[in-house]
Design a protein. Structure first.
Lengths: 300, 360
């Protein structure tokens, strides 16, 4: 500490520590305390109809309404779809990350990295609209398909079995968050000594065995952190479900937004807090499943 | 049919660069064979061609008469020990050793027996459940050998695996490797740039330069009877004296040098008038004027090596002549500037064509 002060002076150190404290306080701690405070109070409308004025779980009650299943099923569908999208992202991104980290030559690598990044220079809303114009009933894909006598494909109405979400939403969300899956896994695999792969191959392992026993165990922290980040971003995404969700895929964030839009801040806060707690549980479960620590994850 | 490893006209090119050219060689089953050469001489390329990570551009490699072309590294009866060993850090010692068997679906009970047998072979019983990062350098070395031998390869390839060890351990591991090779009877192919390692362990050594084998033979042949100036100067310490052949007689030749007229053997059949280099080992020079091959020069330096003392003699236009004297009661005290005469037998000198020297 004294050494740091000697190097940067009191002003420098105060500036750095001050900005860290301000960041933690203003952007993380205070908003969260406010969120919790709102969530644990009834809305003014509810109070006027006789709800308690002090701290209460009243704002959470719609989630447990025995007569109205809609909110619960929205939450369940959102989580199931998010889990499926996270899994799909992992399946799509692992080969990409492996290719980038261990197969691609240097020049090829920077080109591919650029190709991965460039679409993300465009605003998320515009990207979602781009998918809309590609996938809609009169979109580019359907027009092209019509030329060869196929289609039309109902990307917005085709439901995926079990999770009740349409294909367009699936495609849009996987696309929106690939990078957050690719990079942690890429970093993890890149640190694997190539000789490990060759040694396994030399000892007779097939490619599948090499991945199962050498590459994936090594990349586990990266896979865990990619899954955690992707899960949280997908569960918390708003604009993509709004634009690509179609008629039946109502996202839980839309339920949160609908509370705020009718000025029920307490209800919106309660739902948001619930989603956040579920994501926290997901992180802990993922860390248990993958057997990784917080330190492993932050490293990759 | 024996499992000899045969190279027939093997060539490997990377773009415009030819890493290995016209390799023709047979490595016999059960032989300890070393490729010795400076970095970039093509020895690693040969190793990777045998293990299957790269294919020859031309020519063929056969093991026991069967071509290895198109056979992947995981299908070849060869095992490679990497320079950095490449042990699997997330697995225990036992899991490392059984990796090759478990990917082949060998039952667990057999694997356990193999771990015991391998740990006995490398004299490290009781380490089976250790983690790799708990092992010392020498232990890791042996585990790498055990892991490779566990798949019962016909050919074991070693890529300078001792280079990371300190001197004492390295010398110990040399003897250990040699003993393991004798016990198992597996063909060992060792690549190294350390000539001491190659000469001490190998049945035969191939000295390589620029993708070509310069000379292949027993350690003693390579050391005492080099056939090219590269081999003479790369393997061991050697004094090189610029010379011109003046007369040939049978297998010997007489040359004129800056130190006078010397005779030596003439393995390449140089003719009178040819530019040559006369090589004579430092330990073959005796401080006596009792032979016609006698040079006289001033002492320019003296280096104490422990078992020997090296005297450096002035050599105008070349590197100092080195005379290696045993550190015993015959050792004389030579002061700098003092003129000394050193002589050598005709059989100790080798006359080779100039222009094939090792660069260092």
């Amino acid at each position: 500490m004294t050494e740091t002060i000697q190097r940067f002076g009191y002003v420098g150190v105060t500036l750095v520590i001050g900005s860290l404290v301000a960041w933690a306080l203003l952007l993380i701690l205070i908003p969260h305390l406010m969120l919790i405070d709102y969530a644990l109070h009834a809305s003014p409308g509810a109070i006027s109809r006789g709800a308690p004025t002090g701290w209460t779980f009243h704002s959470f009650l719609p989630l447990f309404d025995p007569d109205d299943n809609q909110l619960r099923s929205t939450l369940a569908r959102t989580l199931a779809t998010t889990a499926a999208i996270t899994l799909l992202c992992l399946i799509v991104c692992y080969p990409i990350a492996y290719y980038l980290a261990k197969v691609a030559t240097r020049g090829w690598l920077s080109l591919l990295m650029l190709a991965l990044l460039v679409p993300f220079w465009v605003n998320e809303v515009l990207r979602a609209y781009a998918w809309r114009s590609l996938l809609s009933r009169n979109g580019l894909i359907n027009e092209a398909a019509a030329h060869v006598g196929l289609g039309p494909f109902e990307f917005f109405n085709w439901q995926i079995p079990l999770i009740d979400a349409n294909i367009a939403l699936f495609v849009g969300l996987v696309y929106a968050y690939v990078l957050f899956m690719v990079f942690p896994i890429f970093n993890a695999i890149e640190s694997l000594d190539r000789n490990q792969i060759e040694a396994a191959r030399d000892l007779g392992a097939s490619w599948w065995t090499i991945h199962r026993r050498i590459v994936i165990p090594h990349a586990k922290p990266g896979i865990a952190s990619g899954c955690i980040v992707t899960f949280m971003l997908v569960a918390g995404s708003f604009i993509v479900p709004v634009l690509l969700g179609g008629r039946s895929s109502f996202w839980f964030t839309q339920a949160i937004e609908s509370q705020f839009s009718v000025l029920n801040w307490n209800g919106g806060s309660a739902y948001a807090l619930l989603l956040e707690l579920i994501c926290l549980v997901f992180i802990v479960v993922m860390m248990r499943v993958f057997g990784v620590t917080l330190r492993d994850i932050t490293r990759s | 049919m024996s499992n000899d490893l045969e190279f027939t006209d093997v060539v490997k090119r990377f773009g415009d660069f030819t890493a290995v050219r016209d390799l023709n060689l047979t490595i016999r089953e059960g032989e300890f064979f070393s490729f010795l050469g400076p970095s970039g001489c093509g020895k690693t390329t040969i190793l990777r061609m045998v293990s299957g990570f790269i294919e020859p551009t031309d020519g063929d490699i056969r093991l026991g008469g069967r071509s290895l072309r198109g056979v992947g590294p995981n299908k070849r009866p060869t095992a490679l020990i990497f320079q950095n060993l490449a042990l699997f850090p997330l697995m225990t010692v036992a899991e490392n050793i059984t990796f090759g068997l478990s990917v082949r679906g060998v039952p667990k009970s057999e694997q356990a027996a193999l771990v015991r047998r391998m740990l006995d072979l490398i004299a490290l019983p009781g380490l089976a459940e250790r983690r790799i990062d708990e092992l010392s350098g020498g232990q890791k070395q042996r585990i790498a050998i055990a892991r490779a031998l566990a798949v019962e390869p016909q050919v074991l390839l070693l890529d300078e695996p001792l280079s990371a060890l300190d001197l004492k351990l390295r010398q110990h591991m040399r003897a250990e490797l040699r003993a393991i090779q004798r016990r198992t009877g597996v063909t060992f192919i060792y690549i190294t740039h350390d000539q001491g390692e190659a000469l001490a362990m190998s049945d035969r050594v191939a000295v390589m330069s620029q993708g070509r084998i310069e000379q292949c033979g027993l350690s003693a042949e390579i050391y005492d009877r080099p056939t090219t100036a590269f081999v003479a100067s790369f393997v061991g310490e050697n004094n090189a004296i610029r010379a011109r052949v003046v007369e040939t007689r049978g297998g010997e030749a007489a040359v004129e040098t800056g130190f006078g007229r010397f005779t030596g053997h003439n393995p390449r059949g140089l003719a009178a008038g040819d530019e040559a280099i006369l090589f004579v080992r430092p330990e073959k020079l005796k401080l006596a004027a009792d032979h016609p091959n006698c040079l006289t020069a001033r002492v320019t330096g003296r280096v104490f090596e422990g078992t020997s003392v090296d005297l450096h003699l002035d050599h105008p236009g070349g590197r100092p002549i080195m005379v290696r004297l045993p550190n015993d009661d015959t050792l004389i005290d030579a002061a700098e500037g003092q003129a000394l005469s050193a002589s050598f037998a005709t059989s100790a000198a080798t006359i080779l064509p100039a222009g094939e020297m090792a660069r260092d």
